[in-house]
Ligand binder design. Sequence first.
Ligand code: BGC
Length: 448
Amino acid sequence: MTSSDEARKNTGSKLYVVLISMVAAFGGLLFGFDTAVISGVIPYIEKYFVLSGTQTGWIVSSLLFGCIIGVLFTGAPSDRFGRKVVLSSAALLFFISAIGAALAQSTLILILFRLIGGVAVGSASVISPMYIAEISPAKKRGRLVALNQLTIVIGILLAFISNSLIAGHGENSWRWMLCVMALPAILLFIALYFIPESPRWLMQKSNSKEAFRVLQIINGTDIAKMEIAAMEQPLNADLSTTFKDVFSPKHRKVIFIGIGLCVFQQFTGINIIMYYAPLIFEKAGLSINAAIFQTVSIGLINLIFTIIAMRLIDRIGRKPLLLIGSFVMAIALFMLSWTFFNTAVSSFLRIVFILVFIGAFALTWGPVMWVLVSEIFPNRVRGKAMSVAVVFLWASNFLITLLFPIFLEKIGGGNTFVFYGIIVALSFIFTLKYVPETKGKELEEIRI
Ligand code: BGC
Protein backbone atom coordinates (compact mmCIF):
# COMPACT_ATOMS: atom_id res chain seq x y z
CA MET A 1 0.00 0.00 0.00
CA THR A 2 1.36 3.42 -0.95
CA SER A 3 1.50 6.28 1.51
CA SER A 4 -1.23 8.16 -0.40
CA ASP A 5 -3.55 5.11 -0.10
CA GLU A 6 -2.80 5.13 3.59
CA ALA A 7 -3.58 8.84 3.89
CA ARG A 8 -6.87 8.41 2.00
CA LYS A 9 -7.90 5.69 4.41
CA ASN A 10 -7.54 8.18 7.22
CA THR A 11 -9.23 11.19 5.67
CA GLY A 12 -11.61 9.68 3.15
CA SER A 13 -12.20 10.93 -0.37
CA LYS A 14 -14.31 14.05 -0.86
CA LEU A 15 -14.26 13.54 -4.60
CA TYR A 16 -15.62 10.03 -4.25
CA VAL A 17 -18.63 11.10 -2.20
CA VAL A 18 -19.35 13.97 -4.58
CA LEU A 19 -19.17 11.62 -7.56
CA ILE A 20 -21.50 9.01 -6.13
CA SER A 21 -23.88 11.72 -4.92
CA MET A 22 -23.91 13.06 -8.45
CA VAL A 23 -24.82 9.67 -9.86
CA ALA A 24 -27.69 9.36 -7.38
CA ALA A 25 -28.75 12.95 -8.02
CA PHE A 26 -29.04 11.94 -11.68
CA GLY A 27 -32.33 10.44 -10.50
CA GLY A 28 -33.35 14.03 -9.67
CA LEU A 29 -32.35 15.10 -13.15
CA LEU A 30 -34.66 12.53 -14.72
CA PHE A 31 -37.38 13.56 -12.24
CA GLY A 32 -37.05 17.17 -13.41
CA PHE A 33 -36.78 16.29 -17.09
CA ASP A 34 -39.69 13.89 -17.18
CA THR A 35 -42.06 16.18 -15.29
CA ALA A 36 -41.25 19.27 -17.38
CA VAL A 37 -40.86 17.76 -20.87
CA ILE A 38 -44.64 17.62 -21.17
CA SER A 39 -44.85 21.42 -21.33
CA GLY A 40 -43.47 21.46 -24.89
CA VAL A 41 -45.49 18.41 -25.86
CA ILE A 42 -48.93 19.81 -24.97
CA PRO A 43 -49.29 22.47 -27.67
CA TYR A 44 -48.53 19.77 -30.27
CA ILE A 45 -50.68 16.96 -28.95
CA GLU A 46 -53.60 19.32 -28.32
CA LYS A 47 -53.75 19.69 -32.09
CA TYR A 48 -52.56 16.17 -33.00
CA PHE A 49 -55.16 14.33 -30.90
CA VAL A 50 -57.68 17.28 -30.83
CA LEU A 51 -57.81 17.28 -27.02
CA SER A 52 -60.34 18.81 -24.64
CA GLY A 53 -59.14 20.59 -21.47
CA THR A 54 -60.02 17.49 -19.44
CA GLN A 55 -58.01 15.19 -21.72
CA THR A 56 -55.01 17.53 -21.57
CA GLY A 57 -55.28 17.52 -17.79
CA TRP A 58 -55.25 13.71 -17.75
CA ILE A 59 -52.27 13.42 -20.04
CA VAL A 60 -50.18 15.80 -17.94
CA SER A 61 -51.31 14.46 -14.59
CA SER A 62 -51.10 10.74 -15.49
CA LEU A 63 -47.38 10.95 -14.78
CA LEU A 64 -48.13 12.40 -11.36
CA PHE A 65 -50.60 9.65 -10.57
CA GLY A 66 -47.79 7.22 -11.41
CA CYS A 67 -45.55 9.15 -8.99
CA ILE A 68 -47.93 8.42 -6.13
CA ILE A 69 -47.77 4.71 -6.98
CA GLY A 70 -43.98 4.95 -7.30
CA VAL A 71 -43.56 6.52 -3.84
CA LEU A 72 -45.91 4.01 -2.23
CA PHE A 73 -44.10 1.02 -3.72
CA THR A 74 -40.54 2.19 -3.19
CA GLY A 75 -39.99 1.84 0.54
CA ALA A 76 -40.44 -1.91 0.89
CA PRO A 77 -38.38 -3.07 -2.14
CA SER A 78 -35.62 -0.59 -1.33
CA ASP A 79 -35.37 -2.10 2.16
CA ARG A 80 -35.45 -5.62 0.78
CA PHE A 81 -33.34 -5.44 -2.37
CA GLY A 82 -31.33 -2.29 -1.77
CA ARG A 83 -31.34 1.31 -3.00
CA LYS A 84 -29.32 0.58 -6.12
CA VAL A 85 -31.64 -2.13 -7.42
CA VAL A 86 -34.66 0.12 -7.04
CA LEU A 87 -32.99 3.12 -8.67
CA SER A 88 -31.80 0.88 -11.53
CA SER A 89 -35.36 -0.39 -12.00
CA ALA A 90 -36.53 3.24 -12.06
CA ALA A 91 -33.95 3.98 -14.77
CA LEU A 92 -35.35 1.10 -16.84
CA LEU A 93 -38.89 2.38 -16.36
CA PHE A 94 -37.75 5.85 -17.46
CA PHE A 95 -36.42 4.26 -20.63
CA ILE A 96 -39.54 2.19 -21.36
CA SER A 97 -41.76 5.21 -20.72
CA ALA A 98 -39.75 7.48 -23.02
CA ILE A 99 -39.88 5.06 -25.95
CA GLY A 100 -43.49 3.96 -25.38
CA ALA A 101 -44.85 7.51 -25.02
CA ALA A 102 -42.93 8.69 -28.08
CA LEU A 103 -44.48 5.95 -30.21
CA ALA A 104 -48.04 6.35 -28.83
CA GLN A 105 -50.78 6.25 -31.43
CA SER A 106 -53.62 7.11 -29.05
CA THR A 107 -54.12 9.26 -25.98
CA LEU A 108 -54.75 6.13 -23.90
CA ILE A 109 -51.36 4.63 -24.78
CA LEU A 110 -49.72 7.99 -24.13
CA ILE A 111 -51.37 8.18 -20.71
CA LEU A 112 -50.27 4.60 -19.94
CA PHE A 113 -46.61 5.18 -20.76
CA ARG A 114 -46.55 8.54 -18.96
CA LEU A 115 -47.96 6.70 -15.95
CA ILE A 116 -45.08 4.21 -16.12
CA GLY A 117 -42.67 7.17 -16.27
CA GLY A 118 -44.43 8.53 -13.20
CA VAL A 119 -43.72 5.38 -11.21
CA ALA A 120 -40.05 5.97 -12.03
CA VAL A 121 -40.17 9.66 -11.04
CA GLY A 122 -41.94 8.89 -7.75
CA SER A 123 -39.43 6.21 -6.92
CA ALA A 124 -36.44 8.41 -7.80
CA SER A 125 -37.88 11.31 -5.78
CA VAL A 126 -37.54 9.20 -2.63
CA ILE A 127 -34.50 7.04 -3.39
CA SER A 128 -32.12 9.68 -4.71
CA PRO A 129 -32.21 12.03 -1.68
CA MET A 130 -32.39 9.06 0.69
CA TYR A 131 -29.32 7.43 -0.85
CA ILE A 132 -27.43 10.75 -0.77
CA ALA A 133 -28.38 11.28 2.88
CA GLU A 134 -27.25 7.74 3.70
CA ILE A 135 -23.84 8.00 2.11
CA SER A 136 -22.96 11.61 2.90
CA PRO A 137 -20.95 12.78 5.89
CA ALA A 138 -23.22 14.42 8.50
CA LYS A 139 -21.66 17.87 8.13
CA LYS A 140 -22.42 18.05 4.42
CA ARG A 141 -25.79 16.38 4.40
CA GLY A 142 -27.88 19.57 4.09
CA ARG A 143 -25.98 20.89 1.11
CA LEU A 144 -25.98 17.50 -0.57
CA VAL A 145 -29.75 17.17 -0.18
CA ALA A 146 -30.06 20.56 -1.85
CA LEU A 147 -27.90 19.13 -4.65
CA ASN A 148 -30.85 16.93 -5.49
CA GLN A 149 -33.06 20.02 -5.91
CA LEU A 150 -30.35 21.49 -8.12
CA THR A 151 -30.41 18.45 -10.40
CA ILE A 152 -34.23 18.55 -10.53
CA VAL A 153 -33.98 22.13 -11.71
CA ILE A 154 -31.22 21.29 -14.22
CA GLY A 155 -33.42 18.45 -15.52
CA ILE A 156 -36.28 20.90 -15.99
CA LEU A 157 -34.01 23.34 -17.83
CA LEU A 158 -32.64 20.58 -20.08
CA ALA A 159 -36.20 19.55 -20.95
CA PHE A 160 -37.05 23.15 -21.88
CA ILE A 161 -33.89 23.52 -23.98
CA SER A 162 -34.39 20.19 -25.70
CA ASN A 163 -38.06 21.03 -26.40
CA SER A 164 -37.10 24.39 -27.78
CA LEU A 165 -34.50 22.83 -30.12
CA ILE A 166 -36.91 20.18 -31.33
CA ALA A 167 -39.99 22.46 -31.67
CA GLY A 168 -40.92 23.46 -35.19
CA HIS A 169 -39.93 20.17 -36.85
CA GLY A 170 -43.42 19.19 -37.91
CA GLU A 171 -46.46 17.75 -36.19
CA ASN A 172 -44.47 14.82 -34.80
CA SER A 173 -41.99 17.04 -32.92
CA TRP A 174 -43.59 16.02 -29.64
CA ARG A 175 -42.52 12.39 -30.20
CA TRP A 176 -38.85 13.40 -30.31
CA MET A 177 -39.29 15.59 -27.24
CA LEU A 178 -40.49 12.55 -25.27
CA CYS A 179 -37.92 10.20 -26.78
CA VAL A 180 -34.88 12.26 -25.69
CA MET A 181 -35.16 11.04 -22.11
CA ALA A 182 -34.23 7.51 -23.14
CA LEU A 183 -30.59 8.64 -23.32
CA PRO A 184 -30.10 9.94 -19.74
CA ALA A 185 -32.11 6.93 -18.56
CA ILE A 186 -29.56 4.55 -20.09
CA LEU A 187 -26.70 6.66 -18.71
CA LEU A 188 -28.16 6.47 -15.21
CA PHE A 189 -28.62 2.72 -15.52
CA ILE A 190 -24.98 2.24 -16.51
CA ALA A 191 -23.59 4.73 -13.96
CA LEU A 192 -25.44 2.99 -11.13
CA TYR A 193 -23.42 -0.12 -11.76
CA PHE A 194 -20.29 1.73 -10.62
CA ILE A 195 -21.52 3.17 -7.31
CA PRO A 196 -21.58 1.29 -4.02
CA GLU A 197 -24.67 0.22 -2.12
CA SER A 198 -25.74 2.48 0.73
CA PRO A 199 -23.70 1.59 3.85
CA ARG A 200 -26.80 2.07 5.96
CA TRP A 201 -28.71 -0.52 3.94
CA LEU A 202 -25.71 -2.86 4.03
CA MET A 203 -25.76 -2.62 7.82
CA GLN A 204 -29.44 -3.49 7.88
CA LYS A 205 -28.54 -6.59 5.85
CA SER A 206 -25.83 -7.38 8.41
CA ASN A 207 -23.06 -6.78 5.90
CA SER A 208 -20.97 -4.61 8.20
CA LYS A 209 -17.75 -5.51 6.39
CA GLU A 210 -18.86 -3.99 3.10
CA ALA A 211 -20.57 -1.07 4.92
CA PHE A 212 -17.28 -0.30 6.65
CA ARG A 213 -15.38 -0.50 3.37
CA VAL A 214 -17.69 2.06 1.73
CA LEU A 215 -17.64 4.41 4.73
CA GLN A 216 -13.88 4.13 4.96
CA ILE A 217 -13.49 5.35 1.37
CA ILE A 218 -15.89 8.23 2.04
CA ASN A 219 -14.90 9.39 5.52
CA GLY A 220 -11.64 7.69 6.41
CA THR A 221 -11.01 4.91 8.92
CA ASP A 222 -11.65 6.75 12.21
CA ILE A 223 -14.99 8.29 11.29
CA ALA A 224 -16.07 5.08 9.55
CA LYS A 225 -15.49 3.17 12.80
CA MET A 226 -17.59 5.69 14.74
CA GLU A 227 -20.36 5.60 12.18
CA ILE A 228 -20.52 1.82 12.20
CA ALA A 229 -20.73 1.88 16.00
CA ALA A 230 -23.56 4.48 15.87
CA MET A 231 -25.47 2.41 13.31
CA GLU A 232 -25.21 -0.58 15.58
CA GLN A 233 -27.13 1.33 18.28
CA PRO A 234 -30.62 -0.17 18.39
CA LEU A 235 -32.11 3.36 18.62
CA ASN A 236 -30.96 4.14 15.11
CA ALA A 237 -32.46 1.09 13.45
CA ASP A 238 -35.60 2.52 11.94
CA LEU A 239 -36.49 -0.67 10.07
CA SER A 240 -38.49 -1.83 13.03
CA THR A 241 -40.80 1.19 12.93
CA THR A 242 -44.18 0.86 11.31
CA PHE A 243 -46.50 3.36 9.71
CA LYS A 244 -48.51 3.16 12.93
CA ASP A 245 -45.52 4.70 14.74
CA VAL A 246 -45.43 7.49 12.19
CA PHE A 247 -49.04 8.41 12.96
CA SER A 248 -48.74 8.04 16.73
CA PRO A 249 -49.89 11.10 18.74
CA LYS A 250 -46.33 12.19 19.59
CA HIS A 251 -45.52 12.61 15.91
CA ARG A 252 -48.83 14.18 14.96
CA LYS A 253 -47.61 17.75 14.93
CA VAL A 254 -44.43 17.12 12.96
CA ILE A 255 -46.32 15.01 10.41
CA PHE A 256 -48.86 17.81 10.06
CA ILE A 257 -46.04 20.29 9.41
CA GLY A 258 -44.31 17.95 6.94
CA ILE A 259 -47.49 17.32 4.98
CA GLY A 260 -48.38 21.03 5.16
CA LEU A 261 -45.01 21.98 3.68
CA CYS A 262 -45.41 19.51 0.81
CA VAL A 263 -49.00 20.48 0.06
CA PHE A 264 -48.33 24.23 0.21
CA GLN A 265 -45.23 23.89 -1.99
CA GLN A 266 -47.38 22.36 -4.69
CA PHE A 267 -50.36 24.65 -4.12
CA THR A 268 -48.17 27.65 -4.92
CA GLY A 269 -49.07 26.52 -8.43
CA ILE A 270 -45.37 26.23 -9.41
CA ASN A 271 -45.99 23.28 -11.66
CA ILE A 272 -48.78 24.82 -13.65
CA ILE A 273 -46.09 27.23 -14.81
CA MET A 274 -43.52 24.43 -15.21
CA TYR A 275 -45.81 22.15 -17.19
CA TYR A 276 -48.15 24.60 -18.89
CA ALA A 277 -45.96 27.66 -19.52
CA PRO A 278 -46.02 27.41 -23.33
CA LEU A 279 -49.80 27.08 -23.21
CA ILE A 280 -50.07 30.20 -21.01
CA PHE A 281 -47.74 32.12 -23.34
CA GLU A 282 -49.61 30.89 -26.40
CA LYS A 283 -52.83 32.17 -24.86
CA ALA A 284 -51.01 35.49 -24.41
CA GLY A 285 -50.57 35.60 -28.18
CA LEU A 286 -47.10 34.07 -28.73
CA SER A 287 -46.47 31.48 -31.47
CA ILE A 288 -45.79 27.89 -30.33
CA ASN A 289 -42.06 28.21 -31.06
CA ALA A 290 -41.71 31.56 -29.26
CA ALA A 291 -43.75 30.21 -26.34
CA ILE A 292 -41.57 27.13 -25.98
CA PHE A 293 -38.46 29.29 -26.27
CA GLN A 294 -39.72 31.50 -23.43
CA THR A 295 -39.82 28.48 -21.16
CA VAL A 296 -36.02 28.32 -21.43
CA SER A 297 -35.90 31.67 -19.62
CA ILE A 298 -38.10 30.15 -16.91
CA GLY A 299 -35.69 27.23 -16.56
CA LEU A 300 -32.70 29.57 -16.37
CA ILE A 301 -34.24 31.81 -13.70
CA ASN A 302 -35.16 28.65 -11.79
CA LEU A 303 -31.54 27.44 -11.94
CA ILE A 304 -29.91 30.77 -11.03
CA PHE A 305 -32.13 31.37 -8.00
CA THR A 306 -31.72 27.78 -6.79
CA ILE A 307 -27.95 28.27 -6.76
CA ILE A 308 -28.37 31.52 -4.79
CA ALA A 309 -30.73 29.74 -2.38
CA MET A 310 -28.09 27.10 -1.65
CA ARG A 311 -25.84 29.87 -0.35
CA LEU A 312 -28.56 31.60 1.69
CA ILE A 313 -30.31 28.68 3.29
CA ASP A 314 -27.81 28.23 6.14
CA ARG A 315 -27.27 31.97 6.58
CA ILE A 316 -30.72 33.57 6.49
CA GLY A 317 -32.47 30.46 7.74
CA ARG A 318 -35.38 28.41 6.48
CA LYS A 319 -38.32 30.25 7.97
CA PRO A 320 -37.51 33.80 6.79
CA LEU A 321 -36.90 32.45 3.28
CA LEU A 322 -40.29 30.73 3.23
CA LEU A 323 -42.01 33.90 4.46
CA ILE A 324 -40.31 36.09 1.86
CA GLY A 325 -41.20 33.52 -0.81
CA SER A 326 -44.89 33.38 0.11
CA PHE A 327 -45.11 37.16 0.15
CA VAL A 328 -43.46 37.76 -3.23
CA MET A 329 -45.18 34.81 -4.93
CA ALA A 330 -48.64 35.91 -3.77
CA ILE A 331 -48.09 39.38 -5.22
CA ALA A 332 -46.74 37.97 -8.50
CA LEU A 333 -49.77 35.66 -8.81
CA PHE A 334 -52.24 38.49 -8.19
CA MET A 335 -50.45 40.60 -10.81
CA LEU A 336 -50.48 37.65 -13.22
CA SER A 337 -54.20 37.33 -12.68
CA TRP A 338 -54.59 41.03 -13.44
CA THR A 339 -52.91 40.51 -16.85
CA PHE A 340 -55.66 38.04 -17.72
CA PHE A 341 -58.46 40.42 -16.67
CA ASN A 342 -56.90 43.33 -18.50
CA THR A 343 -56.56 42.34 -22.13
CA ALA A 344 -54.70 45.54 -23.03
CA VAL A 345 -51.67 44.39 -20.99
CA SER A 346 -48.73 43.23 -23.13
CA SER A 347 -47.59 39.61 -23.09
CA PHE A 348 -44.15 40.91 -22.00
CA LEU A 349 -45.58 41.98 -18.64
CA ARG A 350 -47.14 38.56 -18.17
CA ILE A 351 -43.76 36.96 -18.75
CA VAL A 352 -42.18 39.34 -16.20
CA PHE A 353 -44.68 38.35 -13.47
CA ILE A 354 -44.18 34.68 -14.26
CA LEU A 355 -40.41 35.10 -13.95
CA VAL A 356 -40.73 36.96 -10.63
CA PHE A 357 -42.90 34.12 -9.35
CA ILE A 358 -40.40 31.47 -10.50
CA GLY A 359 -37.42 33.35 -9.06
CA ALA A 360 -39.16 33.69 -5.69
CA PHE A 361 -40.11 30.01 -5.65
CA ALA A 362 -36.61 28.83 -6.60
CA LEU A 363 -35.04 31.01 -3.92
CA THR A 364 -37.38 29.83 -1.19
CA TRP A 365 -40.06 27.15 -1.26
CA GLY A 366 -38.30 25.03 -3.95
CA PRO A 367 -35.20 23.96 -2.02
CA VAL A 368 -36.26 24.95 1.51
CA MET A 369 -39.25 22.62 1.53
CA TRP A 370 -37.07 19.59 0.62
CA VAL A 371 -34.41 20.51 3.17
CA LEU A 372 -36.97 20.97 5.96
CA VAL A 373 -38.80 17.76 5.15
CA SER A 374 -35.54 15.86 5.38
CA GLU A 375 -34.66 17.54 8.70
CA ILE A 376 -37.75 17.80 10.88
CA PHE A 377 -38.63 14.13 11.44
CA PRO A 378 -37.01 12.18 14.27
CA ASN A 379 -34.32 9.72 13.13
CA ARG A 380 -36.36 6.67 13.95
CA VAL A 381 -39.28 7.48 11.69
CA ARG A 382 -37.60 9.71 9.12
CA GLY A 383 -37.76 7.34 6.13
CA LYS A 384 -41.40 6.40 6.48
CA ALA A 385 -42.55 9.85 7.63
CA MET A 386 -40.82 11.43 4.66
CA SER A 387 -42.51 9.08 2.23
CA VAL A 388 -45.91 9.91 3.78
CA ALA A 389 -45.25 13.63 3.26
CA VAL A 390 -43.96 13.05 -0.29
CA VAL A 391 -47.08 11.10 -1.22
CA PHE A 392 -49.04 14.23 -0.30
CA LEU A 393 -46.68 16.26 -2.46
CA TRP A 394 -47.40 14.15 -5.55
CA ALA A 395 -51.11 13.91 -4.78
CA SER A 396 -51.31 17.73 -4.59
CA ASN A 397 -49.25 18.06 -7.74
CA PHE A 398 -51.61 15.60 -9.46
CA LEU A 399 -54.69 17.53 -8.38
CA ILE A 400 -53.36 20.94 -9.36
CA THR A 401 -52.15 19.76 -12.74
CA LEU A 402 -55.35 17.95 -13.55
CA LEU A 403 -57.50 20.91 -12.56
CA PHE A 404 -55.53 23.69 -14.25
CA PRO A 405 -56.69 23.27 -17.89
CA ILE A 406 -60.22 22.66 -16.64
CA PHE A 407 -60.07 25.85 -14.51
CA LEU A 408 -58.64 27.73 -17.48
CA GLU A 409 -61.49 26.56 -19.70
CA LYS A 410 -64.28 27.05 -17.14
CA ILE A 411 -63.33 30.09 -14.99
CA GLY A 412 -60.50 31.70 -17.03
CA GLY A 413 -56.87 32.53 -16.25
CA GLY A 414 -57.68 35.59 -14.10
CA ASN A 415 -59.77 33.72 -11.53
CA THR A 416 -57.44 30.71 -11.61
CA PHE A 417 -54.41 32.77 -10.57
CA VAL A 418 -56.38 34.66 -7.90
CA PHE A 419 -57.17 31.23 -6.44
CA TYR A 420 -53.47 30.28 -6.27
CA GLY A 421 -52.58 33.74 -4.94
CA ILE A 422 -54.96 33.22 -2.01
CA ILE A 423 -53.50 29.79 -1.23
CA VAL A 424 -49.97 31.21 -1.29
CA ALA A 425 -51.11 33.93 1.12
CA LEU A 426 -52.34 31.14 3.41
CA SER A 427 -48.92 29.47 3.20
CA PHE A 428 -47.50 32.65 4.76
CA ILE A 429 -49.76 32.22 7.79
CA PHE A 430 -48.98 28.48 7.99
CA THR A 431 -45.25 29.18 7.98
CA LEU A 432 -45.52 31.92 10.57
CA LYS A 433 -47.56 29.76 12.90
CA TYR A 434 -46.17 26.25 12.54
CA VAL A 435 -42.84 26.01 10.71
CA PRO A 436 -39.82 25.71 13.03
CA GLU A 437 -36.41 27.25 12.35
CA THR A 438 -33.86 24.48 11.97
CA LYS A 439 -30.88 26.54 10.85
CA GLY A 440 -27.62 25.52 12.51
CA LYS A 441 -29.20 22.84 14.69
CA GLU A 442 -28.08 19.25 14.93
CA LEU A 443 -30.83 16.93 13.72
CA GLU A 444 -31.12 15.51 17.23
CA GLU A 445 -31.73 19.00 18.65
CA ILE A 446 -34.78 19.55 16.48
CA ARG A 447 -37.77 18.70 18.65
CA ILE A 448 -41.26 19.43 17.40
C1 BGC B 1 -40.80 20.74 -6.62
C2 BGC B 1 -41.23 20.30 -7.99
C3 BGC B 1 -41.01 21.44 -8.95
C4 BGC B 1 -39.58 21.94 -8.89
C5 BGC B 1 -39.42 23.17 -9.72
C6 BGC B 1 -39.36 21.16 -6.65
O1 BGC B 1 -38.95 21.58 -5.39
O2 BGC B 1 -40.99 19.71 -5.68
O3 BGC B 1 -42.59 19.94 -7.95
O4 BGC B 1 -41.31 21.03 -10.27
O5 BGC B 1 -39.20 22.24 -7.56
O6 BGC B 1 -38.12 23.66 -9.70
